[in-house]
Every structure is written in structure tokens, then in C-alpha cells.
Design a protein around this ligand. Structure first.
Ligand SMILES: C[S@@+](CC[C@H](N)C(=O)[O-])C[C@H]1O[C@@H](n2cnc3c(N)ncnc32)[C@H](O)[C@@H]1O
Length: 203
């Protein structure tokens, strides 16, 4: 299983943004749509062995967590275009508006869940079943890491993680780098997926 956790510190936690101006009005939910695309979509098929957590901390009701579970999602739920993916996030945020409990998850569609879980909740839950890595430009080169079966990768949004996020991750997530340049979050996810594919012999 591969898990990607994106900490999106500015991403809106209510569907109060304009679909036709996602970058300007949503706290960069456009970036999250592209991450989902890179995490799940193959040409003509879909990665069932992937889970994505979007950890949203923007206004007005942080935190919100949206979990996408590849094993449960119907392949046609996620399409390559950004707008239809943004509509899935909007649906999740609308369902999440009624949630009061801190950690109860509610199903939005098969394989898509929303909750009020914090970034720390997500990380602690993931640690129970996966080795955790923090994707960072200055980390250990990805080619020198021995990956186990269940791996989880944390990455930031357009502004990266905060110093507080980084302090929390110290000692629990090794920093791993795909190169010294700062790449787009969606490109990083695509690269990690393709790199991990290359470690597994074809069936
Ligand atoms: C667009 S980058 C953020 C850049 C931002 N200026 C910063 O200071 O973090 C989004 C995320 O992609 C990941 N990332 C970007 N380049 C990377 C690299 N070369 N190796 C590993 N992860 C990278 C990091 O997790 C980063 O937070």
C-alpha cells in the first residue's frame, strides 16, 4: 500500500470558492486535484493500492480531512480533468459541514471519506501500518532508501510544511528527496509512484 498525505495549510475547509478560479479563491485546491490525478490515474487504468489523505487547514473551519481509498473507489469516480476532481472535494466539504465529532469519518462516496481529523491524527493513524517519509528537497536521495511494502509519504502544498509541522515529524518521518530542485507537489507524487513501480517486477 502507498499512502500520500498532503498538508494543505491554505486550502479552504468550506465550499466557498469559485470553480472557475480555483487557484485564486480556494487556497490552491487546484494543486490538490492534480495530486489526486498523479496519485491514482494511469493511462487506461487506476491504482487500487493507493490511499490519499488531504489535510485541509484553510478558512473557515479547519481542520478537515478527506481520505481517498483506491481499493474502495469506483474507477470512474476520478477523472483526469481538474474540475470534476474539484467537484468531489466540494461534495466532501459539504458533507463535512455537519460533522461535529473530532475523529468520526463519514462516507461521501464509495472510497471517499470526510472528517475533522487533524494532521497529527492522520499521521499517528498511518504510522500504525506504514513506514513514514517526509518528501523534502534536502532529504536522503530516494534511490538510496530501502522501501518496505507499506509506505507513506507526507508532502506540503505550494508553501510547504510549517516549522511546527516539521517539528512534529522529527523522529517519526525520515526526509526523502527526489532531487535538489523544488518540484510541483503533483509532479513529486507522480515521480514517487513511477519510482516505486520500477522496484516491483512486472506481473
Ligand atoms: C511546490 S513544493 C513546495 C515548495 C515550497 N516553496 C517549500 O518551501 O516547501 C510542494 C511539496 O513538494 C515536495 N517537494 C518538492 N520538491 C521536492 C523534492 N525535490 N524532493 C522531495 N519532495 C519535494 C515537498 O513536500 C514540498 O512541500
Amino acid at each position: 500500500m502507498r499512502t500520500f498525505i498532503v498538508k494543505a495549510n491554505k486550502a479552504h475547509t468550506k465550499a466557498d470558492f469559485k470553480l472557475r478560479d480555483l487557484p485564486g479563491t480556494s487556497g490552491r485546491i487546484d494543486l490538490l486535484c492534480r495530486v489526486l490525478n498523479s496519485a491514482f490515474l494511469l493511462s487506461y487504468s487506476f491504482r487500487k493500492n493507493v490511499r490519499v489523505w488531504l489535510s485541509l487547514y484553510g478558512p473557515p473551519n479547519p481542520p478537515k480531512a478527506i481520505r481517498f481509498e483506491g481499493q474502495e473507489m469506483k474507477p470512474k469516480t476520478l477523472n483526469p480533468d481538474e474540475l470534476s476532481t474539484a467537484k468531489l472535494i466540494i461534495k466532501a466539504l459539504k458533507v463535512g459541514e455537519t460533522l461535529r465529532e473530532p475523529s468520526k469519518e463519514v462516507q461521501v462516496l464509495p472510497g471517499i471519506y470526510v472528517s475533522n481529523m487533524t494532521f497529527e491524527d492522520i499521521v499517528r493513524r498511518t504510522l500504525k501500518s506504514s513506514t513514514l517519509y517526509y518528501l523534502h528537497e534536502e532529504g536522503r536521495p530516494i534511490g538510496r532508501v530501502n522501501f518496505s511494502q507499506n509506505v507513506a509519504f507526507i508532502l506540503g502544498d505550494h508553501e510547504g510544511l510549517t516549522p511546527e509541522d516539521e517539528t512534529f515529524l522529527e523522529g517519526i518521518a525520515e526526509k526523502v528527496s527526489i532531487g535538489r530542485k523544488s518540484y510541483l507537489a503533483s509532479h513529486v507524487v507522480a515521480y514517487v509512484n513511477i519510482f516505486l513501480d520500477s522496484l516491483t517486477p512486472p506481473p
